[in-house]
Design a protein around this ligand. Structure first.
Ligand code: F6R
Length: 249
């Protein structure tokens, strides 16, 4: 548990810098798995600030998208590829070709899901950044998704659409479907950082960390991964007792 969103952003940004620079020192390019949404946004801003103060990002670094809405026009600002290109790739000096992920406009989504699996497997993911939904989802693996799931097309849960609606102006114009990495796909990452901010995430965090490990809480699958760090502000950690939340500090 960290005191607030600022500290969470600092820790996450530092972890990303370490991974990108560590890969470069080892003679290869880092592959970062990137979530969109509010949870990692401040860390992405920190990374942009580090570039402005002289951090040189290896231009071969890959940003691998976790998920993507279906049925949006290409130019829509909420298309995750557009968000990541704008909020992370461009500020880091990475071209659009360094953003890898699902093509939600493909007319063959089964093939597209297999392509997502292949692009994750080809080099793996050094650090996967995750948020958590109020309903315990990770990426768009909604409650009930089996832990051994691979990339798939999903009907978004009502709670997910409600939370997303602010980006679309109304529930009616909020997408109903998405393509997402599966839980098993996510668990192949070498390291995972889950970020949660705010009291509205407290119940999901509690369920993920100390509740039953079940498909009803997709994020509880992360407990099977050997190197997961959970970064929480005090409000998101408020459902955990002090002894448990102290573990993550
Ligand atoms: C986004 C994603 C989602 C979000 C989650 C939390 O790419 O995969 O699982 O991480 O819905 O969203 P925020 O951070 O906006 O609360």
């Amino acid at each position: 548990m960290l005191p607030g969103a600022d500290a969470v952003a600092d820790v996450l940004a530092t972890a990303v810098v370490d991974v990108v620079d560590g890969a470069r020192a080892a003679g290869r390019a880092a592959r970062l798995g990137v979530a969109t949404g509010r949870s990692p946004r401040q860390a992405y801003q920190r990374l942009a600030a580090r570039v402005r103060s002289g951090w040189a990002v290896d231009p071969r670094t890959a940003l691998v998208l976790l998920d993507e809405y279906l049925d949006l026009p290409r130019e829509h600002p909420a298309v995750f590829r557009n968000v990541i290109e704008h909020e992370l790739a461009a500020p880091l000096g990475l071209g659009p070709d360094r953003v890898l992920g699902p093509d939600p406009w493909s007319d063959d989504l089964d093939t597209e899901c297999r392509r997502v699996e292949a692009l994750v497997a080809d080099g793996g993911i050094d650090l996967q950044i995750l948020g958590i939904g109020r309903n315990g989802h990770i990426a768009f693996n909604e409650p009930g998704t089996p832990f051994d799931s691979r990339a798939h097309v999903v009907d978004l849960a009502p709670a997910t659409r409600l939370d997303a609606a602010r980006a679309f102006g109304s529930l009616e114009s909020t997408p109903r479907r998405a393509i997402t990495q599966g839980i098993a796909t996510i668990l192949t990452a070498r390291r995972i950082v889950l970020v949660a901010l705010g009291e509205h995430k407290a119940a999901a965090v509690r369920a993920a960390v100390v509740g039953p490990q079940t498909a009803a809480t997709p994020a509880s699958a992360l407990r099977d991964h050997p190197t997961v760090v959970v970064l929480l502000d005090a409000a998101a950690a408020s459902g955990l007792d002090t002894e448990v939340s102290g573990l993550g500090s």
